[in-house]
Design a protein around this ligand. Sequence first.
Ligand code: AMP
Length: 379
Amino acid sequence: MAFTVGILGGGQLARMLALAGAPLGLRFLVMDSVADACAGQVAPLLQADYRDQAALEEFAARVDVATFDFENVPAASAEWLAARVPVYPNPRALAVSQDRLEEKNLFRKLGLATPDFAVVDSLQDLERAVADIGLPAILKTRRLGYDGKGQFRLREAGDVEAAWAELGGVALILERFVAFERELSVLGVRSSTGQFASYPLVENWHASGILSASLAPAAVSAGLAEAALEAARTLAAALDYVGVFALELFLVEGRLMANEMAPRVHNSGHWTIEGADTSQFENHLRAVLGAPLGSTAPRGKSAMLNWVGHLPARDVALGEPAAHWHDYGKSPRAGRKVGHLTLCADSETLLAEALLRTGAALDRADQVASVIAVLGTTH
Ligand code: AMP
């Protein structure tokens, strides 16, 4: 009998998981609340709300194991499922990463530095937190924030009222705004057998709070890469984590600080499809199956460019020999991730040249400029 992996959430991550799982002989069932979820183009889709009991029952009956493309699945639904089928990552890991406060408390407990933070449940809390932590600072919703949503940057004391007016009423935390030199992420993968591996550290650039470009491996010292790997290993073990996860880090005065974790395959790991021996998607599935993990070694240097809002001209991009095109099959919408492109090359010089050509051909010179600027520099 074919083995079926159930995925809660039917976006591009589920789509790329299903595409990676086909050669392993896996079948998929994707559950999403919207009828045109893009993973539904490549795998059977069960359209239902994650709280719909009858749909959860059907899902549990049709799958052998369940995983996520989306971390904000209600914890109660994840727990209900976990009582019936193996669910990876486990609901506790999911719950921790759904709440910025729990997540940061865990980072601290494990010895991972974080920006200073304070709990904010009232305007008085906010005033006190600003006095304690100082400005600039960022007020964030503890739950349901992504791609910079649910955040307010406070620059001066006069911003307190506006920040409260915008976000007050739900559980919040205030974080010190750190003047980071770089944004980095490390992807770890831990199998249900306990085997652990991590991909090389990646450098990320954001535009309007959304990932715009990634470079892998990041041009950082071996010491930093090792520290990130150790942080990922510690976190995975503490959560008894199974599957791929991303730990987002800031580099501040030469030191790593943990920002947040994503309990799933991650946008900053899309380069692994062509740029690593085994993609993050395949390794996530191997981890969930308890199969041996594949090599996470990079194949040369890779850069990933996200297509946000709409796709550039495909056939122009395909004219670039180093390019790998990914169209998620979504309709265009402002701020929506609709695809990405990965450029792979044997050296940093060749990668910089490919980025320059692609930026010019697709009219994306701005998007490639920051990546090109760090290529050839070692820190
Ligand atoms: P997050 O949703 O926490 O990943 O935040 C989105 C983006 O806001 C991050 O990728 C950073 O660029 C920026 N950011 C978040 N928290 C901080 C912070 N404490 N200091 C500086 N920048 C931050």
